[in-house]
Structures are given as C-alpha cells and as structure tokens.
Design a protein around this ligand. Structure first.
Ligand SMILES: [Zn+2]
Ligand SMILES: [Zn+2]
Length: 191
C-alpha cells in the first residue's frame, strides 16, 4: 500500500482533531438514529467518545437505570421510558410484554430521597448488572431470579463505577446514544 492510500484511510476526530484510521472512529449520536431531530452525529476518537458520554451522564437531570456494559457488545444506547410506552408495537402481545418490561425497569429508578450507596449524595442513577437482562439486551425480559440488588448512585459515583467496569471488561464502543431528556434506561447493544 502506498502512502497515498494510507492517507485516505485516515480520518480526523471531530472533537479533538486527532488523525486516526477511519474505521476506528466511533459515532456519538444525539439524534438517537434520527428520532431526535435536534441532535447530531459526531464521528470521534474513542477517548472523546467516552469523555462526551461521561459529560452527558453528568449533565443529565433526570433518572435512569444503567445496565452494566456487556463484553463483546460494541454499542451503548439510551431509551426514554415515555417514548417507549407510547410506541405502537406490531402486536398486542408485544405491546403487553414491552409495557411489563418497562414498568419493571421504572420500579428500579431511584426515588426523590434515595441516597447514593457510596457517598450519601442524592442518587439519580440505578446501576444494575447485565444479569438483570440475562446478558441479553435484545430479549427485553427482566431476570427475576438474578437475586441482584440494584445499586443507587449519584452522578459522580456512577461515572466512576462505569469507568471501572469499562477497564475491567476491556470494552470499546463504536456507537453511543447518550441520555438526553426524560427518565430512561441505558444498556449495551450491537451494531
Ligand atoms: Zn478525539
Ligand atoms: Zn455518590
């Protein structure tokens, strides 16, 4: 391969400007795949991707259930409960299943007076192991037998926990839909 081809395959991170192989650029998508018309898609390097995601967790002013990232899954996406509950499904059974799943997640949200289990600040996130979804975010089913206690965390402690997990499991994301507005849940996905 000549120098010219090498050059063509390099691309710049839209945040920090570093030049990296085009295939290594990740997508930070605040349109949530076009659902939010005021958002945009940024092609960024991995460290900018995570920095932007952590900033979004810091500035998110509502509550969310955060399900630990799953090794081998390359995307991490946010769902809004209200939007999900108002989405028409193709069948009545699917609609009932979704509603059940979403309501079970809503029950896990921290309440107004819930304290962070690490530092006693106000908790706005609930951290759950991916066992809660049987390690399968496509199933949309809660594993009632996991015996896992949700951990309520403030923004700062949630971000620390997340960083720890990313390092421990050696996870890299190629796509993130950050939390925007409204209570919801965040979990792994595959693209
Ligand atoms: Zn960058
Ligand atoms: Zn805390």
């Amino acid at each position: 391969m000549g120098l010219k081809e090498l050059f063509i395959k390099e691309s710049k991170c839209e945040k920090c400007g570093i030049s990296i192989p085009k295939k290594d650029l990740a997508e930070y998508d605040t349109t949530h795949q076009g659902q939010n018309k005021y958002g945009n898609i940024k092609k960024v390097c991995n460290s900018c991707l995570m920095e932007m995601f952590y900033d979004s967790l810091k500035s998110f002013n509502e509550t969310a259930v955060v399900i630990s990232p799953i090794q081998g899954m390359n995307a991490y996406v946010t769902y809004n409960f209200d939007k999900l509950l108002n989405t028409k499904q193709s069948s009545h059974t699917m609609e009932e299943n979704n509603k059940k799943f979403i309501n079970e997640l809503i029950e896990l949200l921290p309440q107004n007076n819930t304290k962070c289990s690490c530092c006693e600040d106000k908790a706005t996130y609930t951290w759950c192991s991916s066992e809660l979804l049987n390690n399968d975010p496509f199933s949309w089913e809660i594993n009632r037998y996991s015996g896992l206690e949700p951990i309520y965390l403030c923004k700062k402690c949630l971000i620390n926990k997340f960083k720890e997990e990313m390092e421990k499991e050696n996870i890299r994301f190629e796509l993130i839909y950050p939390p925007l507005k409204g209570d919801g849940f965040i979990c792994s996905w595959e693209i």
